[in-house]
Design a protein around this ligand. Sequence first.
Ligand code: FRU
Length: 499
Amino acid sequence: MKEWTREELYRAVQESDREELRQLHETIKESPWRSDFHIQTVTGLLNDPNGFSRFNGKWHLFYQWFPFGGVHGLKHWYHVTSDDLVTWKNEGLAMKPHLLEDNRGCYSGSGLVKGDTLYLAYTGNNKDIHWVRHPFQMLAKMDKNGKITKSQVPLIYEQKGYTEHQRDPKLFEHNGRYYILLGAQNEQKKGVFLLFTSEEIEKGWKLLGELKVRGYEDFGFMIECPDIEKIGDKWLLLFSPQGLEEQGDLFRNKYNNGYIIGRMDFDNLEFIPESEFCELDRGLDFYAAQCACQDVYPDAAIMTAWFGCGEYKTPVTDEQGYSGLLTLPRMLKIEGNRLLQTPVPEAKKLRGNVLFEAKNGSIVRDTMHGLMPSSCIMRLEDPDSESVNLNLFSRPRKNGFMISYDKFRKTLVLDRSDMNNQFNTEFGAERKVKLENGLKSLEIYVDRSSVEVFVNDGEYVLSARMFPEKEENLIRMGGRNIDLTVWSAVKSVEDDFVI
Ligand code: FRU
């Protein structure tokens, strides 16, 4: 792996870099792990989704972007748009660090649509000459022509009483007031939420104080990417706490991302949980989820996340000069005190031709003949056999990427340990979920270097990256009397070079 100097890492993109990036993209484009229907980095590294919103008749989404290679360097914002959350178009660079306040990166933030303007709140990651970090919460505005203008004056300055870790503003409106929910670390090195308010978006921001979450006073050393959504009459608090201890099958990733359902008491600055903290995803690669500012689905939230995690490596693509995907957008609904997560309804459009179909265990159609398509969508219904096994991207005597369910243990397992390319193995290569209500359905989205498994129409989701080699091209399916359909996937993202 190339060693990056500080100078190379903290390089802001210039018009004159176009040719260099075009060449990088030319090689990246040939990689077998570029996706067919996931938002992927144009070049370099992608991490968190930012500014997700429905504005001016389209979905807008930005991602944290370092243009020059598969490493965490100077963060820019890259812009993509969609009419339907399925087909995505590369729009190019949205923001680059050019102010003193964001000299070492335009870090994560959110979008709020008001009239003809999409407001984008983000963290200016300033570092001084001694390389000490000073966070500023900044604002940019996008107009209806897509022109983005950054404000020069911070909305919120560095807060006393907290460490340098203050970031990822969630800008939202409630009862005619504006709020910013910020992730931070206090001087005792605990993760906290800070809540600010103002009557205007562009100025007048005041700290209300810490938002207390009853029962979660000591929950990790930092909170990143907070988000808060009202769904029906409940509130959903989503966040990425760092430093949770592993607990059996829970919290096994380096950093975790979860939610609590509850009530929001703005007067007493308190979030009152009505559910436990649950992981949004029980797979191996998921972080920094963000919900869209939108009014298309009033009683639901639309969410996407980074299909990765801080400090993870994906060596095979990192070396090819790129890293990172966003997960499929999901629809979140609350039923009782449970969150249901399904692919957005529009994801049905991703189903192409039926490649394989088994009804009650008998094969009705099969054009795959044991060969694994590099991307596809699979759905399995009501298995009543003792166990179900799917071995994707396998080869003789190797399990490949394994998804299996044991009816007696009521346990679903995802296991990538038998694939050629191993990575981040210090966090294990398998994940287990106990299905209290048994297995009713699996909907699986396979896209060249990723697998997302939706269990029982939204009860759990497990997502994992994987990088199959050419010879890992077989599929095996086991289980009696199962109904299984495999569709080819419709290509909905173009790998075109737009910067
Ligand atoms: C989460 C995160 C954010 C930060 C951004 C920088 O992955 O660390 O807290 O704003 O990434 O890229």
